[in-house]
Design a protein around this ligand. Structure first.
Ligand SMILES: [Zn+2]
Length: 238
């Protein structure tokens, strides 16, 4: 991700805060009100009811039956997903849906939702402008492993040229959505504030420090660790 794209992601996050009358640079260390923020956009954010496992199949079925959307012919399967994003344009009206899986811990669900929110703002809105596509459809297979790798896989119902979006490939789209989620859920100044606060008594127990931060922002240990490394608050482990 080059500096210009990073800047664009950061500005998009700051706009989200501004839409909610929140000042990004002066946001104190606390849980970011993600659901409240997303409510400012034409987005439905939900888990599938009745404890249903999230997959493209269950998500599309839910949209068709419960919401009454006329869905395009999509290839679906039952592979378990962490996040799912669907965007449709009805004339001038835009509707997006973000689903997460209820069986996952809240912290991970928040990250998945924020990641999809990032795709929506950074990629989908622009895509809807430059294509004639009425429906855009994206599924995610997010794996949160021990290596802190967020293995997201993006699948689109339509073929399109990524370069038109200013991104090189799908991998870059994923990196941007992850960066968006990190910037949104763990605002940099709030991280610095927490770091100042912790100085002195948290000492050198890195795990304890990360845990403290993760609780403060309601994110997973892995997401917090990666964020602190990115902000150069911790040395990256070899
Ligand atoms: Zn993604």
């Amino acid at each position: 991700m080059n500096q210009a794209r990073k800047q664009r992601v950061s500005e998009t996050v700051q706009n989200v805060f501004a839409e909610n009358n929140l000042d990004y640079d002066n946001f104190s260390r606390q849980i970011v009100p993600l659901n409240q923020m997303m409510a400012e956009y034409p987005l439905m954010v939900a888990e599938l009811p009745n404890g249903k496992t999230l997959s493209t199949k269950t998500a599309v079925k839910f949209l068709e039956i419960e919401i009454g959307f006329e869905m395009p012919d999509l290839k679906t399967d039952e592979r378990k997903l962490s996040g799912f994003l669907y965007t449709a344009k009805f004339g001038e009206h835009l509707q997006g849906c973000i689903f997460t899986d209820k069986s996952e811990p809240t912290a991970r669900r928040r990250f998945s939702a924020a990641h999809e929110f990032g795709h929506y703002l950074l990629h989908f809105l622009q895509l809807l402008e430059i294509t004639d596509a009425e429906n855009l459809f994206l599924t995610e297979s997010l794996a949160f492993g021990a290596e802190a790798e967020n293995e997201a896989e993006i699948e689109m119902a339509q073929d399109f040229d990524f370069k038109k979006l200013g991104v090189a490939d799908k991998k870059q789209m994923e990196a941007e959505a992850d960066f968006f989620a990190a910037e949104l859920l763990m605002p940099r100044n709030a991280c610095r504030q927490a770091n100042e606060f912790l100085k002195g008594f948290a000492g050198k127990n890195k795990r304890a420090v990360i845990n403290y931060f993760a609780t403060e922002f309601l994110v997973s240990f892995e997401a917090m660790k990666r964020r602190l490394e990115d902000l150069k608050m911790f040395e990256k482990e070899a």
